[in-house]
Design a protein around this ligand. Structure first.
Ligand SMILES: [Zn+2]
Length: 253
């Protein structure tokens, strides 16, 4: 299995869509070949918060849909080095291909202040309509910059939160045929990890949501890209000494 970093995702998607990006990271040829061969009508990128490689492996039964997507129909699975321990800078790196020190988006206060455009704005500017399904605060800088913004308010009931993320993601795919790129962010695993709750429950819920999203992507002849953002913050687990890794799955469900 080829080892990548989260910085590889944006440059690869940019190359597939034929748009320019500031990142100097080279696209991943294996993913490009996969994408060009299938010529998907839409690409859906789902970041699963705190899905690190160990969680992906330890909860393989609960996350069976993810494992199937990585294996079925020549799906691709990579182990990616992370760029941060925190969600905001990690997601900004996933969407720009830049290290956190380059994009400068470290806390939620920085969101919207960075002068660096992500693939979301660049794609939309290039006439390829883009949609995001995100926590309300994260969507604010994107309002008016991209075609479709679906904010979901943060809440204590994270299962209900993820349910809304899933529902909006599927409805974009069904209602807006012109959309070429959708970005969504599921958070149940992260919340359960932080609270020390049973991760099997969050993994099963995530699995069900991804199953429904994958079905909708398949119905649109789309390509689904799934990755984690950073190492899970688990109380019983020692901070890893080396760089943490997260799975990256590329598939056409
Ligand atoms: Zn996170």
């Amino acid at each position: 299995m080829q080892s990548l970093s989260l910085l590889d995702i944006a440059p690869t998607l940019a190359e597939f869509f034929g748009i320019p990006l500031t990142s100097r990271v080279l696209p991943v040829e294996q993913i490009l070949k996969f994408a060009h061969t299938r010529n998907p009508q839409v690409v859906v990128l789902v970041v699963i918060d705190s899905l690190d490689y160990q969680v992906y492996s330890d909860f393989a039964d609960e996350l069976a849909v993810l494992h199937e997507l990585a294996e079925r129909n020549d799906g691709l699975l990579f182990e990616c080095e992370t760029v941060s321990n925190h969600t905001t800078p990690a997601i900004a790196s996933i969407l720009t291909g830049l290290e956190p020190e380059s994009h400068g988006i470290i806390t939620s206060e920085d969101v919207g202040k960075s002068k660096v455009n992500s693939i979301l704005e660049i794609l939309d500017d290039a006439g390829k309509p883009t949609a995001v399904v995100l926590e309300t605060a994260g969507t604010k800088p994107l309002a008016g910059r991209i075609s479709y913004v679906f904010p979901v308010d943060d809440r204590e009931d994270i299962i209900e939160y993820d349910e809304l993320i899933k529902t909006h993601t599927i409805s974009v795919l069904k209602k807006h045929e012109e959309v070429r790129f959708v970005f969504s962010h599921l958070r149940a695993i992260d919340r359960f990890a932080h609270r020390g709750w049973d991760l099997r429950v969050a993994a099963r819920v995530t699995n069900e949501n991804m199953s429904a999203i994958a079905k909708a992507v398949g119905e649109r002849n789309g390509m689904l890209v799934i990755c984690g953002d950073h190492e899970a913050h688990l109380k019983e687990r020692e901070e890893s000494q080396g760089k943490a890794t997260v799975p990256l799955i590329v598939c056409c469900p």
